[in-house]
Each structure stands twice: as structure tokens, then as C-alpha cells.
Write a protein that binds this ligand. Sequence first.
Ligand code: PSV
Ligand code: MN
Length: 398
Amino acid sequence: MSPSDSALFETAAHILDRFQIEIPSWGFANTGTRFGKFVQAGAASTLEEKFKDAAEVHRLTGATPTLALHVLWDLPGGLADVEQVQALERPTGIRAGSINPNLFQDQQYKFGSLCNPSEEVRANALRHILDSIEIARHLHARDISLWLADGSNYPGTQSIWRRIEWLQEALCAAHQHLDPDQRLLIEYKPFEPAFYHTDIADWGMSSHLCRTAGPQAFVLVDTGHHYLSQNIEQIVAWLLHLNLLGGFHFNDRRYADDDLTLGSIDPYQVFRIFHELHYSQSETPDRGAAAFMIDQSHNLKGKIEAMVQTVATAQELWLKAALIDREQLEALQQSCDLVAAEELFRGAFWRDVRPLLALWRESRGLAADPLTALREDGYVERITRERACRQSTVGSYA
Ligand code: PSV
Ligand code: MN
């Protein structure tokens, strides 16, 4: 290696050693669309299987030490299931990640959860969040990731005003129950399942709710939760500027919240988001890092293959964005040399960092190509044989 190659490798290694992304338990389970489900024999149907699959992804990528859990799907018994999670953490080396309360599947939530006109339902929803905070506390999980399906389908059928008040009240109450090191992440979504109004529809509403809830509440950006053509990296830059960015749910889409694998449709967008994050980190290194999580539904691709592909893509795009010559870019921006600035930016996106990543992987005892390693290793065939006899729908939400 020439001195400049080895300096580049050291820089890349420093960046990749610090890159981690959380994978979701539901990414390993059978999921589908509203039209049906194509069941995979190798899909995980128990919590143990989800932890085992997560460990396989971490073994191959070296970047996924935590598993996001959805309370209803993974801990249906609530606090009583905490011990089971702890018992799985040790042998698999995977830690429980963000804890996701489920406020959208129970029949009582037909007209909303925290925004339901019924005081009783609102109280039940809040209790579930408090239970989820307690679960997170026992599992030493920092983040409670909150997404509400609340909204309405027809104009005039609900009071948007009352619902804002109920939401503020409940989130303040939830915030009071956080430990000092815990965070409440508030996710927004413009539509679906509600199609007229959604109670937390965008980052502005989410930001306001965080501010009124308290200093440990932050916005969660799910990349699929925007209208087409919205400039997500600008939202990210604003949230960073306001110190309100808590984390991401990464996925890709073509139309709406399609939950496709990250970078499959528009890798340039992920690169642009990553650029804003690197910029913020270099300007304000003390700012707490946003949590990176994947929120995908692998309906057609093999679950583990899709997850490994996603993580490897995220590593590539993260590294590409990190290697932008930011000093030069800033000079070009300042002098309004548009074409040169754009070419520098795009050049970083087009750069093939895969050989660097392979070198880094080998230097860390990982397989140079995790997808090939997965194919050769026979894990998927093994679990498919083992699990074939029990098709289950546990963990599905469609
Ligand atoms: C809703 O679309 C969402 O993005 C929320 O994060 C949920 O927790 C997750 O998907 C369920 O898959
Ligand atoms: Mn999400």
C-alpha cells in the first residue's frame, strides 16, 4: 500500500469502526401487504429466532449489535417477557435496541390512541407507553420509539384541535416517566392508515410536540414518511440545527411508505442525508449522534439476505459521504462555482468504495463480501429446514 492509500484506509477504518445501524425484529418475520402475505419458510416466528437471525447479520457485517423490538409482537406479556429478552441477549451477543410501543393494532384504537375522543382509551394508550418505558429501563434501552396511527379519514369527523391538546398532555406525561438517560423519539407520517388527517403528520408537528414534552424528546425521521419529492436532507439539516434530531428509520420507496430496502430506489438521497450528518458532526462534534435504525418489510426478498444487503449498502453510502472533501466543497459553495461544487459532490457519490470496505472487513476479521459469505455459509438453508414445519404469522402487521 502506498502512503496515500494507507492514509485513506486509516480514515475509512476510523469511519467504519464507528458506524452502527439497528435492525428491526419485524424485518425477520413474515410480513406482507394489505393484499396478502407470501410466507417464507425461513422467516423468524419466535423472539429466539429473531435474535439468532440478528446475530447472523451482525456476524457478517460487524455493524448491527442491537435489535429494535416492538412490544406487542416481541414482548406480548409486557414486563413479564423482559427476562426472556435478557436470556437471549447473552448467548447471541445482540442487545435489545429501541423499544416500540404498539398503539395501532388493538381494536380499541379504531378512532385513535393518544388522540382518541374516549378518555379511557387515551389512558390505556398512555399506560402502554409507560409500560414500554419500564421495559426499556429494565433492558437498559435508551430509546422509546413512538409512532401513532392516529388520524381520521373524513373531514369534519374529528376535532383536530382537541386532538392536539390530548397529544401534548399525554406526551408530557410520558416524558415525566423517562430516566435521565432515556429518550422519547416521536415519529411523524403524513398519511396511512389515516387518509384525511394524521395527528403527527410532519417534522414541524413532531418538533413542536418534542419541545412541549421536554428536553429528552426528539424527532424520528422515517425516510418513507414524506410526500414524494420532499427534500428530506433539508429537514435533516433543520432538525440538526434545532438539536431535535433523535434518529432515523431507514428504508426506500418509489411511491409512499413502501418499506423497500435502503438505497434500492434512490441511493443518492441516502447519500445526501448522510452528507448533512457528516457536516453536522464535523461542525459540532459534541452534538449527540442520531440513532440509525432500519424499518423495512421484506416481503419478497429473503429476510436475512435483504438485511445484510441493506447494512452493506448503508456502510457504502456512509463511507462515500464521509469521504467528501468538505473543505473544498465549502470553498466552491462560497465562490458559487456551481458546476465544480456539484461535480465534487456527485464524484463522491460515484466513487466505488467497495474495495476499501472489503479491506476494512478483512482487517476486522469479517468476510470481505458479506452477501457471498451468507450464501456460502448455509445459514439460510439451515434455518429454512428447521423452521419449515411451522409457518407462523407472529410479528406481522399487514
Ligand atoms: C409505521 O409506518 C412505521 O414506520 C412505524 O415506525 C412502526 O413502528 C413501523 O412502521 C411498523 O412496521
Ligand atoms: Mn418507522
